[in-house]
Design a protein around this ligand. Sequence first.
Ligand code: NAD
Length: 281
Amino acid sequence: MTASIIDGKVLGARVRAEVAARVRSCGRAVRLDAVLVGNDRSAELYAASQERTCAEAGIAYQLHRLDADSGYEEIAGRVLLLNSQESVRAIMIHLPLPAGVDAERVQSLIDPDKDVEGVNPANIGNVVYGRRSLVPCTALAVLEMIESTSVTLRGARCVIAGASNIVGKPVAVLLMRAEATVVSTNKFTPDLGCLTRTADVLISAAGVAGLIKAEMVKPGAVVIDVGINRIKSETGKVITVGDVAAAEVSQVAGALSPVPGGVGPMTVAMLLRNVTDAALR
Ligand code: NAD
C-alpha cells in the first residue's frame, strides 16, 4: 500500500481562500494585533511571514514591539491595553518572552474572545465543555486534516503520541468531542507500538524524529505527523523532518501528512480562520 498524501499546502490554501472571501464580503476591517518582545530571529521571521499571509487574505497586521528588556508588568500592561480597545479583536503574543517572564501567565491575560491562538486556559476549558471558543490552531489543523480523509471519527480508535497543553491535549479533547475512542500517550508510556498498532488514526506530536516506524502502524491507518525536528541528513545538510519515518510508514498507512508541507501550513490557515471568527463575532 502507498499512503495518500494529506497535503497541508492544498488544504491550507483552500481554508485561506475561504477566509479571504469572508473578509471581502464582511464589509469590515479584519486585523490581527501581535505582540513581539525583543528581536528573537525566529520570532521576527514568523512575524514577517504572518504579515504576508494575513495580507494575502485581506487581513491587516499590527505588530506591537516591546524592548527586549521588558518585564512582566510592561508586557502585561500592553496585553491589557489591547484587551480594552474596541478596534482590537484578535491578539497573539510571539514567543519567546524574555527570560524570567512566565509566558503562560501573560497568555492567560488575553481576553478569551480575542485569543486567536487559544492559549488562555479559559479557552482550553471551553474546548473541553464543547462551548464555542477559540481552539489552539495546530489542534484545529490536525482535526481538519483527519476530516479531509474518508475516516469516520465516531467510534474510531485514535492514539496520540504527545500530551502538551498546546497540541496533544487539545487534539485529544477535540477527538473525544467527535466521539472517537482516544488514547493519550507521553514520554513515560511503555511500549508505544503496542498502542499505536491498534490506531485507526495515529497522531504524533512528540518532537522525536523517527519515533513512528512502519511496524507501529496499523495497515490503512490515517497518520498525522505534527512533529518538527531539525536533523542532519546523511549528506550532512540540516533538514526538517517530522516524528514519522515517512518513507517506510507510507508503505503501510492509508493516508499520511508530510513534513514539511503538512500540519505547518494548515496551522497558519487555522490562525487566519480564528482571526476572522474573532473579528466577525
Ligand atoms: P512538548 O515538548 O511541549 O511536548 C511533547 C510531548 O510529547 C510531551 O507530552 C511528551 O511527554 C511527549 N513525548 C515525548 N517523547 C515521547 C514518546 N517517545 N512517546 C510518546 N510521547 C512522547 O512539544 P509540543 O509543543 O507539543 O510540540 C510537539 C512537536 O510538534 C514538536 O516537534 C513541535 O515542533 C511540533 N509542533 C508543530 C506545530 C506545527 O504547526 N506543525 C505546532 C506546534 C508544535
